[in-house]
Design a protein around this ligand. Sequence first.
Ligand code: AMP
Ligand code: ZN
Length: 117
Amino acid sequence: MAGEPQDDCLFCKIVAGTIPATIVRETDTTVAFRDINPQAPTHVLVIPKAHHRDAAALAAAAPELAADVLRETQAVADQEKLESYRTVFNTGSGAGQTVWHAHAHVLGGRGLEWPPG
Ligand code: AMP
Ligand code: ZN
């Protein structure tokens, strides 16, 4: 069921604490932790604690929770002292999505080219 923890989901395991992560922020509904393979000096992932397969599914099923995730991207940027940053939701394997639990990448601390690759 949408929102329920999935046994085979890496990020559900991080939420449950059964896989370690470097957590930088946590709220009642979200967790933010450092990406294990950072693509910028600051690279933090913000996830909803509830399982939704991607950002669009999250927004459709739980718009308030999607807003919580977006709000937390700014909170991470503030905490990490980023004046500019990029929020990315890879959606679909062709766009590079590898973990099927919605997550926002917060990238900053270096120049960010536009358009992205
Ligand atoms: P995506 O490719 O958009 O699905 O993003 C998944 C991200 O999760 C990648 O940037 C990975 O480096 C990151 N990642 C995978 N495993 C872990 C982990 N155990 N802890 C933190 N980040 C992870
Ligand atoms: Zn999950």
